[in-house]
Design a protein around this ligand. Structure first.
Ligand code: ATP
Ligand code: MG
Length: 568
């Protein structure tokens, strides 16, 4: 490809709304453009990367024996009502009506459609197991679309669904997909980790996520290498902590704390650590206007754990400030256990606190040296918080470390969740009708591109892994329009590289070398060759790897062989 034939608009600065590096670089390098919130167009340069990612996924899925198909984006409401998810899914499901007032939705995922296909196409155990996959657009009306294509509303997913006669076959199919994903992410040259995960609204039994490790990741992973444990923090259970110490001799003190509302403000005002403060949160109750939850000031609420409490309405909803006022007559910043006539649950660590600071349930007042039992009844003790670094692993044999991850893949053993609800059955070898077992497996194809950039960049731009770079080599001729020899040499080299199988970009624009170098670095092409008259006459060419700071002179005769050694 010649750059004069590829309209490339690169920018020195990214728009202010781009917060993470991958979003900034994808905009600056001209890979994507924003249409509206969470909606992006992929420009030709970005499309080349996306195609390479898709190609690797296709090759590995095909070689695992999975079969590619293609399902509609628009799905009928009837199927979703059959599975029960029409009501269950919530506002992320974009519901639409056609001109006949029939209800449809834009597919956020395709379990319903594939189960409908399976119940019609699969009749006998002889046809099983089978794994269908597609690479296709999904729509989820995300509450906070952000970070560009990382959390978009419209995005491309590879989704696969396997059907089995029994659980043993499902476990085997799941394992095959796990290995296939391992190969895919390895070929994509990503540093990733497999973690235990929650099954979310998709449902089912076992599930694991593939995370690309990056500081900008929205997910938190708790792991211990020595224990061989890794899980999404959502799912990590914590063992009971020590019993509360109720033998304190310090008197309860009521202290005026004008306008001191947050834990941070409280710590500053009273010169205490967050570990000594009790956090009171109100969420909507199932049968009560609210449920009170208590956490240690330095701990975070784990929504999944909270939602397991019968008293708490699902999905979890924090009370807004006005609602807190209506229920308690108090502002959220001054809440505490005193006189609360609500169901109360304390996290294990919060229940173990003594001589703590908490709201006095009175405007501008807090308590100091508060103690459970002595001052108020101890709430029901439950595990409510996220694990933090230093917490024990579930086995108790080691301690947890914490890292941020970007979820790029997710595999599930669904079991009979959809096949039972939608009556997807086959006949077994004895002629008996049986509900099929099902697995599902997703890869965020567009998110993978952003994740790759998060792991591979520097101040000058993107550094593509070889496997998914839009081009393998960029040719930068110096004074091509003035020197016939340079022009001829560049054309000749371009043809030879293309023939040797290198995707080559020739920067034939009438631009200063500095501009060309900057663009080549920003776009992140792994190998750069500079063609200058003097060196060429001496049989040499300047080479620079995007990953290295230094240039080197290479003999033109050995160039192709040299470039082949650079391929990882
Ligand atoms: P998340 O927890 O990030 O919202 P999810 O668990 O809802 O994702 P799945 O239903 O498991 O997502 O979908 C499979 C894959 O699709 C995810 O692993 C992720 O890589 C990708 N994906 C999900 N939501 C988005 C999105 N809004 N934008 C881009 N990719 C997404
Ligand atoms: Mg997921």
């Amino acid at each position: 490809m010649r750059l004069t034939k590829l309209p490339l608009n690169t920018f020195k600065e990214a728009p202010a709304e781009a917060k993470v590096i991958s979003h900034q670089l994808m905009l600056r390098a001209g890979l994507i453009r924003r249409l509206a919130s969470g909606l992006y167009s992929w420009l030709p340069l970005g499309m080349r990367v996306l195609h390479k990612v898709q190609q690797i996924i296709r090759e590995e899925m095909d070689s695992s024996g999975a079969l590619e198909l293609f399902m509609p984006i628009v799905q009928s409401a009837e199927l979703w009502k059959e599975s029960g998810r029409w009501e269950e899914y919530g506002p992320e499901l974009l519901r639409i009506e056609d001109r006949h007032n029939r209800q449809f939705c834009l597919g956020p995922t395709h379990e319903e459609v594939i189960t409908d296909i399976a119940r019609n196409e699969l009749k006998s155990y002889r046809q099983l197991p089978v794994n269908y996959y597609q690479i296709q657009t999904k729509f989820r009306d995300e509450i906070r679309p952000r970070f560009g294509v990382m959390r978009a509303r419209e995005f491309v997913m590879k989704d696969a669904y396997s059907f089995h006669l029994d659980e043993e076959s499902l476990v085997e199919g799941y394992q095959t997909m796990r290995e296939t994903y391992d190969r895919i992410f390895t070929r994509l040259q990503l540093r990733f980790q497999i973690v235990q995960a929650d099954t979310g609204t998709i449902g089912g039994n076992k599930s694991e996520e593939f995370h690309v490790l990056a500081d900008s990741g929205e997910d938190t992973i708790a792991y211990s290498e020595s224990d061989g444990f890794a899980a999404n923090i959502e799912t990590v259970p914590l063992p009971p902590t020590d019993k509360p110490n109720s033998t304190s001799k310090k008197d309860l003190q009521r202290i005026e704390t004008p306008n001191v509302r947050t834990i941070e403000e409280l710590c500053k005002f009273l010169k205490v650590a967050p570990e000594q403060c009790l956090k009171t949160l109100l969420v909507q109750g199932t049968d009560t206007p609210a449920v009170a939850l208590f956490l240690r000031g330095d701990h975070e609420l784990n929504s999944l754990k909270v939602q397991k409490l019968d008293a708490v309405a699902k999905p979890i909803q924090m009370l807004r400030s006005e609602e807190v006022q209506t229920v308690t007559g108090m502002e959220p910043g001054f809440l505490g256990p005193e006189g609360l006539d609500l169901p109360m649950y304390a996290d294990q660590a919060a229940a173990a606190m003594s001589d703590f600071v908490c709201g006095a349930n009175e405007m501008n007042y807090h308590y100091k040296n508060a103690n459970w039992q002595r001052d108020w009844r101890l709430p029901t003790i439950v595990d409510l918080r996220n694990a933090v670094a230093g917490d024990p692993t579930p086995s108790g044999n080691s301690i947890l470390s914490i890292a941020q991850g970007i979820e790029v893949g997710h595999i599930f053993q669904l079991g009979e969740k959809y096949s039972a609800a939608m009556n997807a059955r086959v006949l077994d070898s004895t002629g008996k009708s049986r509900v099929m077992q099902m697995g599902c497996y997703g890869i965020g194809v567009t998110r993978v591109v952003a994740a790759a950039i998060e792991q591979n960049n520097d101040t000058r731009g993107i550094i593509w892994p070889d496997a998914i770079a839009p081009f393998d080599v960029i040719l930068i001729p110096i004074n091509m329009n003035k020197s016939y020899r340079v022009k001829e040499a560049t054309e000749d080299l371009y043809n030879r590289l293309q023939e040797a199988g290198f995707d080559t970009l020739m920067d034939d624009r009438d631009q200063r070398p500095g501009v060309k170098f900057a663009d080549a670095d920003l776009v992140g092409i792994p190998n750069r060759l500079v063609i200058a008259e003097k060196a060429w006459d001496q049989g040499q060419i300047e080479y620079k790897s995007r990953r290295s700071a230094d240039t080197e002179m290479i003999d033109i005769d050995g160039l192709i062989k040299f470039l082949k050694t650079k391929r990882s």
